[in-house]
Design a protein around this ligand. Structure first.
Ligand SMILES: Cc1cc2nc3c(=O)[nH]c(=O)nc-3n(C[C@H](O)[C@H](O)[C@H](O)COP(=O)(O)OP(=O)(O)OC[C@H]3O[C@@H](n4cnc5c(N)ncnc54)[C@H](O)[C@@H]3O)c2cc1C
Length: 293
């Protein structure tokens, strides 16, 4: 019988040269195998049931490029490459680069990939909120076909995603945002290097002075990253000058939509309170930016 106390001793290690080879091996070994990207989660957690490691770190999926009406980010782009990318340091995509700033250590971020951050499906992961706020899509390759899934539908629960047997995430596609879009990311952790007690990305698209699109995406306050849709609906169609006095109401509504748990990092009540504070702060920051502040 397998138990958590069993040592991590995979019996075989493969280094995939092509995506086809990686998905073929994953399909063959199923749950007994895992993909190894940067290893900063997998080699820390060391799941004892794994018998096969499929190293994908040499696949040519470490690009960040403007193409196809948006930005294509290969699943193996590291967090440091994302932080430094000129394409991801212009508004509103800078919210993606900024999401990496309070994550782990610089050394960790030389290895940690965006694909690993997403596929690990930790509720506290720092990359998903910004990507969901910008309507990013996960591009997936399996043994027989490729498919696309909106990132907001990619997560099923802690450590659970829509990936099926044999599938890997190959790319994140961030569509071109409409003019008048700005987004910000805020995170609260116990230390600057710790995983989030709460994180939030807020994106607004404004036409004239009317809010056309609002996305409030919260992490570490539910089994998956969540959109606070009731709070978002309080913003859409409103003039910026109408939004300003209602920030407290919107932030409170967003906090009400969370379903946090208590764990070693924070009690549920604290997470809900911080979700409200960070949402209000994010909205206030955006309103100031729209005013040119
Ligand atoms: C010291 C330290 C601090 C950290 N701080 C933070 C933090 O502040 N915020 C945060 O969000 N995370 C943090 N992490 C977690 C981790 O670094 C990130 O989640 C990282 O992005 C994972 O990427 P990786 O390439 O190392 O993933 P890996 O460890 O290689 O893989 C993680 C999981 O995803 C699967 N996987 C990886 N790539 C793919 C793919 N392309 N397709 C399908 N499945 C795939 C693997 O099989 C595995 O199950 C920290 C980790 C450490 C060690």
């Amino acid at each position: 019988m397998l138990t958590d106390k069993m040592p991590f001793r995979p019996k075989e290690y493969f280094r995939a040269i092509t995506v086809g080879e990686a998905v073929g091996l994953l399909k063959k070994f199923g749950r007994r195998a895992a993909v190894l990207a940067g290893g900063t989660d997998l080699l820390v957690v060391k799941p004892s049931h794994l018998e096969y490691l499929i190293d994908i770190s040499r696949l040519p999926l470490d690009y960040i490029k403007k193409e196809g009406g948006g930005i294509r980010i290969g699943a193996l782009a590291t967090l440091n490459e994302i932080a430094d990318s000129p394409l991801l340091n212009v508004e509103p995509y800078d919210v993606i680069a900024k999401s990496t700033l309070d994550m782990g250590t610089p050394i960790t971020k030389n290895y940690a990939t965006i694909g690993g951050n997403i596929c690990n499906a930790a509720p506290s992961a720092d990359m998903p909120p910004s990507l969901i706020a910008l309507e990013a899509e996960a591009r997936i390759t399996g043994p027989r076909s490729k498919r696309k899934v909106l990132l907001e539908n990619f997560f099923l629960g802690p450590k659970k995603t829509v990936l099926r047997r044999g599938e890997i995430l190959t790319e994140i596609f961030v569509p071109k945002a409409p003019g008048g879009t700005k987004a910000v990311f805020f995170k609260k952790g116990r230390t600057s290097e710790d995983i989030a007690q709460v994180n939030v990305a807020v994106r607004l698209t404004v036409d004239g002075d009317i809010c056309k699109v609002a996305r409030i995406v919260l992490g570490a306050v539910a089994p998956t990253p969540i959109r606070a849709k009731k709070a978002e609906s309080l913003l859409v169609g409103k003039k910026l000058e109408e939004i300003a006095p209602s920030l407290e109401v919107v932030a409170k509504k967003a906090a009400e939509e969370t379903k946090p748990i208590s764990d070693i990092r924070a009690p549920a009540e604290y997470r809900r309170a911080v979700a409200e504070v960070l949402t209000r702060r994010a909205l206030l920051t955006l309103l100031e930016r729209f005013k040119g502040g």
